[in-house]
Design a protein around this ligand. Structure first.
Ligand code: UGB
Length: 621
């Protein structure tokens, strides 16, 4: 069949068949029929193998198989990859929102947000969530229906307009995968890139994954139904570093004058509450890499940031939750992964939000091509560890970056920034039924309903921290069994304010702002200021771009918005929450660019006889 293939494919097939001893891959071709009916399938398989050969950064396909044989042997022997490393709790910068230290560090970071390139890793299919579409297209909340991608882009644009040099665009790179790429591109195109310019966004697609392996000799697993195809599996989000390097993204961002790069996940509506704060920490401490962390419950399925020491080597790095307990037990901590007197593990939890100094990051990429260390995690059928329950593959993780740093100088410049999880981490990863089980164990459920509730609750906490009187809503149990604190629903659009310091200027008299627990509040627009407000119901205030408006002495009381139990909807978004939003009454005010004011208010236009020349005002008298 060789004549069917291009010369480079023929050479690859030969290399695979000539691999030494039992590791050769002749089984891929041995059962081939000579019937020309199968020629197209044979060509498709060779193209797939060639694609892996070209995309695997560490020596092509044979490099992958060679790495796999070595790692599978270590796994079979039960080698501990962390053998010899002594763990201890690392020192980082922990903050409480609204304190002087928080406010000052965030201010420092605000001087840096206009020099950031953003990296959204969105190649995951979200199997645990059981959603049929891409996760970044999910709404963050039902009050406005803003999707994750829209929210992320709106926040980046808000920072751009307020902090970037005139005319400078903050770049965004989205990592997609075969599963998510086409839908991501279609969503962006359909929505005109949510206000970004097309050339601001770079999409890098992960390879189609790596071949699954059926035994310790790293034989590529054939498809169970089709002997002319192979099984592929995802290689993990660690691919992002190699992709940023090979697509020249980092180099181009440096040329555009960027100083930092910030990595974040597909569904964390709280991710930008720590953006300026963590940049402040990175800039103050001169960090190459800064991980955002939150207090972690022992055994919670998030990695832990640990300081590891071996001889004169030292690194601060993520240790995955399944490796932390054995590591601790093997190093004299007989209780393993347990909470301390604070009720949390002493090791902070990794939320895979990373801030890099761009120049240092670029230097490391030049040296390493962005190749991350890999691991393998086969499940064995037999005690001798020769037979796998199902094919396995090598994987890599983006948070393993510290392991490719060299020398004590680089290693010392790795740190973390910690904030209460309520303010920085609420991913939407799990189906409601799994979330209920997690909640029963006292662990965050990571479901759609809590993603939405946490987003509002975080905003309420920040508003309280600056002095607003925001009452608490009720704890409710949704029809699917998930418990969450509902209300007040507080949606602050990034155009209005995107961090704690900005909120302080937007609410100049915070003690004059009162929001009841059953209320819903949506605020949007750069020119808007809330001086005094008493809200018991639903209020939406939007200030158009170029307009200005002040809310003063406004009192609103109406039927508001209610979360209504719903387990019959055909809409997946409602199904995963277990409720829909019933907007009974809404007070809506719009400050328009032409000076008019829409809404049920005595003042209908600006300028009128108002005392503040720089802004429109609304008052109940
Ligand atoms: N992702 C990709 O873009 N490509 C991939 O191939 C895989 C994922 P998961 P994971 O912060 O909650 C990590 O699957 O990997 C994107 C850490 O290991 O949600 O199970 C994907 O789209 C763990 O230490 O997370 O667990 C998503 O945006 C802990 O910190 C992101 O990568 C945990 O995340 C994360 O993917 C967490």
């Amino acid at each position: 069949s060789l004549s069917l293939f291009t010369p480079s494919q023929q050479e690859l097939a030969k290399r695979l068949c000539d691999l030494p001893g039992t590791t050769n891959q002749r089984h891929l071709f041995e059962s081939w029929s000579s019937d020309p009916e199968y020629d197209e399938k044979k060509k498709a398989l060779m193209s797939k193998l060639e694609m892996v050969d070209q995309s695997y950064p560490d020596g092509g396909l044979t490099g992958y198989l060679n790495n796999a044989v070595n790692l599978l042997e270590k796994s079979r022997k039960g080698d501990n990859p962390l053998e010899g490393w002594e763990p201890s709790v690392p020192k980082g910068e922990a903050f409480v929102v609204g304190t002087d230290a928080f406010v000052e560090t965030e201010k420092l970071g605000l001087m840096e947000v206009g020099k950031c390139g953003f990296v959204l890793v969105a190649g995951g299919l979200g199997e645990r969530l059981g959603y049929g579409d891409i996760k970044i297209g999910l709404p963050t909340e039902l009050a406005t229906g803003t999707t994750y991608i829209q929210f992320y882009i709106e926040t980046i644009l808000a920072f751009q307009s307020r902090y970037a040099e005139q005319g400078k665009k903050l770049p965004l790179c989205i990592m997609t995968s075969e599963d998510t790429n086409d839908k991501t591109v279609a969503l962006l195109e359909k929505n005109d890139y949510f206000g970004m310019e097309k050339d601001q966004i770079t999409i890098v697609q992960q390879g189609q994954g790596v071949p699954a392996l059926s035994d310790n000799d790293a034989h590529i697993a054939l498809d169970e139904e089709d002997p002319y195809d192979i099984q592929m599996k995802p290689h993990g989000h660690g691919d992002i570093h190699a992709l940023l390097h090979s697509h020249g993204v980092v180099k181009s961002w440096l040329e555009q004058g960027m100083k930092w790069t910030v990595f974040f996940q597909d569904t964390n509506g709280l991710c930008f509450h720590t953006l300026a704060l963590s940049l402040g920490v990175s800039s103050k401490l001169g960090l190459i890499m800064n991980s955002i962390t939150c207090p972690r419950k022992a055994k919670q399925a998030i990695g832990a940031i640990v300081k590891l020491k071996k001889d004169d080597m030292e690194r601060t790095i993520n240790v995955e939750y399944n490796q932390l307990d054995p590591l601790l037990r093997a190093t004299g901590h007989d209780d393993g992964d347990v909470n301390d007197e604070t009720g949390f593990s002493p090791f902070p939890g990794n939320i895979n939000q990373l801030v890099f100094n761009l120049e240092s990051y670029a230097q490391v990429l030049e040296r390493t091509k962005g190749v991350m260390p890999e691991f393998v995690n086969p499940k064995y059928k037999d005690d001798a560890k020769h037979v796998f329950k199902k094919p396995t593959r090598l994987e890599c993780m983006m948070q393993d970056f510290p392991s490719v740093l060299e020398g004590s100088d680089e290693a010392k410049r790795v740190g973390f920034t910690s904030l209460a999880s309520e303010l920085c981490f609420s991913p939407v990863k799990n189906a409601a039924a799994d979330g209920v089980a997690l909640q029963a164990n006292g662990t965050h459920p990571g479901v759609a309903a809590t993603g939405e509730a946490d987003q509002s609750n975080a905003m309420c906490t920040i508003l309280r921290s600056i002095g607003c009187d925001v009452q608490k809503g009720e704890m409710i149990t949704a029809i699917n069994g998930i418990r969450f604190n509902s209300g007040p629903d507080c949606v602050i659009k990034p155009s209005f304010a995107a961090c704690c310091n900005e909120l302080k200027t937007k609410f100049p008299n915070p003690s004059m702002v009162k929001i009841s627990g059953r209320s819903s509040l949506v605020l949007g627009g750069e020119g808007l200021v809330i001086e005094s407000l008493d809200l018991d119901g639903a209020l939406v205030v939007i200030c158009e771009e170029g307009a200005a408006g002040v809310i003063r002495n406004l009192s609103v009381k109406n039927g508001g918005w209610l979360k209504v139990p719903d387990d019959t909807s055909a809409d997946e978004v409602i199904q995963m929450r277990g409720y829909r939003m019933n907007k009974i009454d809404t007070e809506m005010i719009v400050f328009k660019k032409d000076g008019s004011i829409e809404g049920n208010y005595p003042i209908k236009s600006y300028p009128a006889d108002l005392s503040r020349p720089a802004s429109g005002e609304v008052s109940d008298g």
